[in-house]
Design a binder for this molecule. Sequence first.
Ligand SMILES: Nc1ncnc2c1ncn2[C@@H]1O[C@H](COP(=O)(O)OP(=O)(O)OP(=O)(O)O)[C@@H](O)[C@H]1O
Length: 292
Amino acid sequence: MNYMQVILQNLMSLTFSDVIDIAVVSFLIYQIVKLVRETSSTRIIRGVIILIAAMWLSSILQLTMVNYLFKAVLTWGIVVMAIVFQPELRRILERVGKSKLSTLMIRNDAIPMEESVIREMVHACSEMSWSRTGALIVFERKENLSDIIRTGTVVNADVKDELIRNIFYEGAPLHDGAMIIRDGRIHAAGCVLPLSPNMNLSKELGTRHRAAVGMSEKFDSLSLVVSEETGSISIAIDGKLQRHLVPEQLEEILRAELLVHDLDEERPDMDSSPSFFENLQDKLPGFGRKKK
Ligand SMILES: Nc1ncnc2c1ncn2[C@@H]1O[C@H](COP(=O)(O)OP(=O)(O)OP(=O)(O)O)[C@@H](O)[C@H]1O
């Protein structure tokens, strides 16, 4: 009761300038959280929060030396962060400089993926697999890929089989690099992805596959690859590459990973299924051979 009374008293004593004060601070905190979400630095920020929590805990438990160490790490960490986040900080300042409210706003919550997007995607990948057209497609999920999108060209078009094949058609201006699917639309193409430093990846895999894996190591996104050399379809999730998928398997994984109503269902376990190669020729006649 006492606690409630204190709260009520404080509320009653609020002045107009206090309300403005709280509103401005809330707005600033909201914008900072949104800007952090937009950059690829979310994980580092999470690390800093854990460090602050550990420092607080060590002070409560009176672990003097540990607390001193955390304080020192945090103090130097601020300097290091300013250097590491220099591009992000510059971008934030540029936005503030433009001072247009809309530019501070970050994208809305993701629009659920539609069935038709998966259908068009699977059809396009099957065709590109037949015709040995190399493709690299990334599906944005919770983690924002604006930093990656900035390296390419914004397309903002419906996901259509013909358009996907057109973009990756050899010689087309945007065929090099990756396509980004955001909110169920082809958002950008020709984007440059981070390469995976994983030394255990098969030596036969080139940079297209390495970029797909690298992307899935850094972000929660899903990357899809069609090999130009073999026509093989692969998917990278959480740094793991599932190779030699037939269209049915591709569709199954995309549905399980991307469709909202399928989110609670288990991911298809690619390891426990029979060898994909065993039935490959039956399921996809001509797989592994050039189309005549
Ligand atoms: N970092 C990257 N980001 C986006 N796309 C990339 C990246 N690296 C390579 N690519 C794409 O992959 C192409 C090169 O593929 P490369 O032959 O090296 O890879 P691969 O894994 O052997 O694929 P494939 O089996 O299709 O030949 C480039 O032309 C480019 O379109």
